[in-house]
Design a protein around this ligand. Structure first.
Ligand code: 5GP
Ligand code: ZN
Length: 114
């Protein structure tokens, strides 16, 4: 996906502060952090939304969750806790149409979310 922002970040055509990377995913710091720690975990494969995942993506989704917990531990967030968020489409606030998890930590979060 030549014009997709997160595909460009995954290909290093747009610079980002990378926290973790492997064959399937990249984790990097959000440009507009909503908490002291705000890291995005993206797939390297272009999948626009969580509506578009199927059984082919099952292992990838599990891996994204595992990487999120690993980055949370690396950043010391496992002690007090953290929030993982996945926005799907406009009503949830999705603005980049390439699947990603938000890892948020370093402060307390309200529930229910806004
Ligand atoms: P969404 O709103 O789709 O759930 O999340 C997209 C996230 O990507 C937002 O939190 C936004 O701040 C972040 N973002 C948008 N453009 C860039 C960018 O160029 N670099 C980085 N590091 N984050 C970005
Ligand atoms: Zn993409």
């Amino acid at each position: 996906m030549a014009e997709c922002l997160f595909c460009k970040i995954a290909r290093k055509e747009i610079p980002s502060r990378i926290a973790y990377e492997d064959r399937q995913v990249v984790a990097f710091e959000d440009i507009h952090p909503q908490a002291p720690i705000h890291t995005l975990i993206i797939s390297k494969a272009h999948v626009p939304t969580f509506n578009d995942v199927g059984t082919d993506e099952e292992a990838l989704l599990g891996h994204m969750m595992m990487v999120a917990t690993r980055v949370a531990k690396d950043k010391g967030l496992h002690e007090k806790g953290y929030r993982l968020v996945a926005n799907c489409l406009e009503s949830a606030g999705q603005s980049v149409f390439h699947i990603h998890l938000h890892l948020l930590g370093g402060r307390a979060f309200a529930w229910p979310p806004g």
